[in-house]
Ligand binder design. Sequence first.
Ligand SMILES: Cc1cc2nc3c(=O)[nH]c(=O)nc-3n(C[C@H](O)[C@H](O)[C@H](O)COP(=O)(O)OP(=O)(O)OC[C@H]3O[C@@H](n4cnc5c(N)ncnc54)[C@H](O)[C@@H]3O)c2cc1C
Length: 403
Amino acid sequence: MEKSKYRILILGGGAGGISLAARLARSVSPDQIAIVDPAESHFYQPMWTIAGAGLVPKETTRKKQSTLIPHGVTWLRETVISVDPGNKKVKLSHDLSIEYDYLVVATGLRLAWEKIEGLEGNLGKNGICTVYDYNQVDYTAQQIQRFQGGTAIFVMPPVPIKCAGAPQKIMYLAENVFRLNGVRHKSKVIFATAGKAMFGIPTFSNALAEIVKEKGIEPKYMHKISGVDAEKKEAIFDVTDADGKVTKQSLKFDLLHVVPPMTAHSYVAESGLAFEAGDQKGWLEVDKHTLQHLKYPEIFGIGDVTGVPNSKTGAAVRSQYPVVAENLLAVMSGKKPTASYNGYSSCPLITEIGKVMLAEFGYDGKLMPTFPLDPAVPRKMMWHLKKDILPHLYWQVMLRGWA
Ligand SMILES: Cc1cc2nc3c(=O)[nH]c(=O)nc-3n(C[C@H](O)[C@H](O)[C@H](O)COP(=O)(O)OP(=O)(O)OC[C@H]3O[C@@H](n4cnc5c(N)ncnc54)[C@H](O)[C@@H]3O)c2cc1C
């Protein structure tokens, strides 16, 4: 039965929201916990890159949300409109209002497609594709598998985005498919990135720069996509030169894999819950170690929405949610939050079909490898980890709150 007040209200039932609810439900009576999320489906997004190359059906990444809500926890199938943190109330769709004692914000992030001029209505047409949207995954696979040669451009927007490795993972898979299909010799593959390097951490960036060289992929640094002319099949970039001067440049494409800039949902800032300035402007204002809100001690954050200087991934969520659970329970019993998140994130960088470079790191780019192996070497065993083991761990272990 739905109530008008919950002891713990969790906004968002994605990777973070479900895992946390499952963990908390072992310490707190589940009828005191509610999750707000309108989505009927829950996705294992990390598999969208492999599905987008046509190597697994996209349907394997989707489950019904109703099968994942922990037993006894209430699921409110509504959208969060705003939070009134002073009065501990959340306004939901259908004019509903719910009160809480403790709140966890876990609504992920928003893909800001509108920031790429001319893109609206053209995704899924004229060779413009993406693996960042479940509904575009099949079209992407079709474009890659049926590519007959020409120019394929893979775009990387400015960070933060979720899984900053995915825009190049799909490129390596596509390049491999072009070779298998005998069209590589008549294809030009371009990686157009807003950044100055292939990745944010030198160990991996240097290794990836070698890999693109070996594969004959052309990196174009400081190229920020700003628009698309779908009819002419041209992508428009803001290109920054060494002196900081920005000029517009158009590149013709036959296939364009596009990834937009990303932001937190607007209700976060509009409700006074976001950083107002600095690098984390617009993202949830939490302490980067305890994940407790800096202004409202009864509010915590988890996952992509948090304004912490990590890399936004499901792997980060896996490290964060036990910390949030422990700290929330401490605060609920009048203690200080002492559990600490170290910034851990992981990006299994697929470099070809069957090989993955497992990048694992924490705050300040500190390398945090799980295995006693050189992390910058792509390996077959990491491909099996990524493709076969991690999805199982996600559905069966993480979403059940076992970390
Ligand atoms: C193509 C791709 C590849 C990726 N690859 C990897 C990888 O290899 N490894 C890895 O670790 N991570 C990867 N990720 C990232 C990973 O999926 C995310 O970082 C992770 O899902 C974040 O969890 P979250 O709970 O913060 O957000 P999400 O899992 O996105 O969940 C957010 C939830 O909030 C709900 N919501 C949104 N707005 C509202 C609202 N207003 N009201 C109520 N509910 C709302 C949504 O419906 C959703 O269910 C990838 C992502 C993509 C797209």
